[in-house]
Design a protein around this ligand. Structure first.
Ligand SMILES: [Zn+2]
Length: 331
């Protein structure tokens, strides 16, 4: 089966070979991070957890090269949980990490922001069990990080270059990653709702395109599911200010930030979940009606079997101006 996405990433799955559009390699000149990066100064925000409704303060601090992203529960003597696929706990409507019984929930939007701005190393302190939902997107995190600044570190940044196809299927859900010279994410959804229906979106992880096209996309939920979800201990912090809320035929808190904001948010979530690999991949990710469970299953598969990838540094970037602007890379 062949998938053609709106920005021209072509990927095939099933028994057919992969074909990726030939200009992908140009992207490396737009966002070629050859060295690890951290935040330049501490950045703080407060909010409530989407599912727990619990108030939480969050602080992002610089960390030495090689640290990765490490969460600290300041309410539990600074207990540390690394943002790694090996710490993934239960995953349903959000991605949670757990270590020795200590939970940190809804990590995906902050981790997505870190990938989008190119932060490799940071300490994230929080004083409760769930990250703040803020406006339901990754944009407030991106803005916090940009305001604090980004510092390039001495350590060379390495990538996991995908060398073999990985495809996971569960019913009509599908997720895959194929070898490619740059990191791209292509997502398709199909919700039986007049305002959503079939949507697909593809983004290459160039700096400008993530910030403009993915980071602002908010999470969404359906009013008719809200009571049942609350009874399961979910969305207790949800409001019109932190999620797109739909009833059966309309958005209750318009306007949307994009007509296809829903699928863009799924791309945001997937990028955040894939950050649990610990290194950025060089590969083309294709997802169809997947969710956090399939996203993290892909992370586990990649971490479990090193025959799917090789660790590599980027070659030195050639001199001269960027070969492609962010605007020309995506539709
Ligand atoms: Zn989300």
């Amino acid at each position: 089966m062949e998938r053609a996405t709106e920005c021209g990433c072509f990927a095939t799955y099933g028994s057919l070979p992969l074909a990726v559009s030939s200009h992908i390699a140009k992207d490396l000149h737009v966002f070629p991070l050859t060295h690890e990066q951290t935040i330049r100064a501490a950045a703080t925000c407060t909010g409530v957890g989407l599912h727990s409704g619990a108030p939480v303060s969050l602080r992002i601090l610089p960390a030495p090269a090689g640290t990765g992203i490490v969460f600290h529960r300041t309410d539990l003597d600074g207990f540390q949980i690394e943002a790694s696929g090996r710490n993934v706990a239960r995953v349903s409507y959000a991605t949670s990490l757990m270590k020795k019984g200590v939970l940190i929930s809804t990590t995906e939007h902050l981790l997505s922001a870190f990938t989008g701005v190119g932060i490799d190393n940071a300490i994230v302190e929080l004083d409760n069990l769930e990250l703040p939902i803020l406006d339901g997107s990754a944009r407030p995190f991106v803005e916090m990080i940009q305001k604090a600044g980004i510092r390039r570190q001495r350590k060379e940044r390495t990538y996991l270059r995908i060398v073999r196809d990985i495809e996971l299927r569960e019913g009509d859900k599908f997720i895959a990653v194929y070898p490619a010279d740059a990191y791209s994410v292509s997502y398709s959804i199909n919700f039986p709702h007049p305002l959503i229906g079939k949507q697909s979106f593809c983004v290459r992880l160039t700096n400008g395109s993530y910030l403009k096209e993915i980071a602002p996309a908010r999470t969404f939920g359906f009013l008719h599911e809200a009571d049942a979800m609350r009874q399961q201990g979910l969305i207790r912090g949800a409001s019109m200010e932190n999620a797109i809320v739909l009833n059966r035929d309309e958005v209750l808190n318009p306007p949307l930030r994009f007509p296809d904001e829903f699928v863009r948010h799924k791309v945001l979530d997937l990028i955040g979940d894939l950050a649990l690999i610990g290194k950025q991949i060089l590969g083309s990710v294709v997802a169809d009606r997947a969710g956090h469970a399939m996203h993290t299953a892909l992370v586990s598969r990649i971490l479990r079997d090193p025959s799917y990838w090789e660790e590599t540094a980027l070659e030195d970037e050639p001199a001269g101006p960027a070969l492609a602007s962010a605007a020309s890379l995506s539709v």
